[in-house]
Write a protein that binds this ligand. Structure first.
Ligand code: DGP
Length: 141
């Protein structure tokens, strides 16, 4: 497996070099909205420590990421009146991974509504800002 590339786009977001619609942060984990959401509120949860994917992350870091995934999923049920949540995580190109800093997709779902295809279109900034505000409120309230 190739080594971690510190110039990947999520590493730049983690260093504050690129903007994101942040919804949760602690000392080990950052969560922000996917800019090409598969449904409104689609969130990515990342460890702050460098890890390419599930194959090189430390057990402690992935455990904490999944704890935050659960928090985000519960908050999405409330914030978006979701009927369910889909959790996805891809490893290496062959596994569907495009950005090589470990991230878990947390996607709120409505009954009978299909997800958009992966990375199909960039969402409008005002829609992302509104989703981030709703989700942050549910995560902190
Ligand atoms: P994957 O590596 O296959 O899990 O997909 C990467 C996801 O990252 C995809 O859903 C689109 C999203 N994405 C790509 N570029 C950016 C970006 O600059 N900012 C944000 N927030 N999401 C991005």
């Amino acid at each position: 497996m190739p080594s971690y590339d510190p110039n990947n786009i999520f590493a730049k977001i983690l260093r504050g070099e690129l903007p994101s619609y942040k919804v949760y942060e602690d000392d080990k984990v950052l969560a922000f909205l996917d800019i090409m959401p598969r449904s409104p509120g689609h969130t990515l949860v990342l460890p702050k420590a460098p890890a390419r994917n599930m194959l090189d992350v430390t057990p402690d870091d992935i455990a904490h990421v999944m704890t935050v995934v659960q928090k985000v999923a519960k908050a999405q049920m409330k914030a978006f009146a979701a009927d369910g949540v889909t959790v996805q995580q891809f490893n290496e190109g062959a596994g569907g991974q495009v950005v090589f800093h470990l991230h878990v997709h947390v996607i709120p779902r409505k009954a009978g509504v299909a997800m958009k295809p992966p990375a199909s279109e960039k969402e409008k900034p005002d829609v992302l800002a509104d989703c981030a505000a709703k989700l942050t409120a549910a995560l902190t309230g």
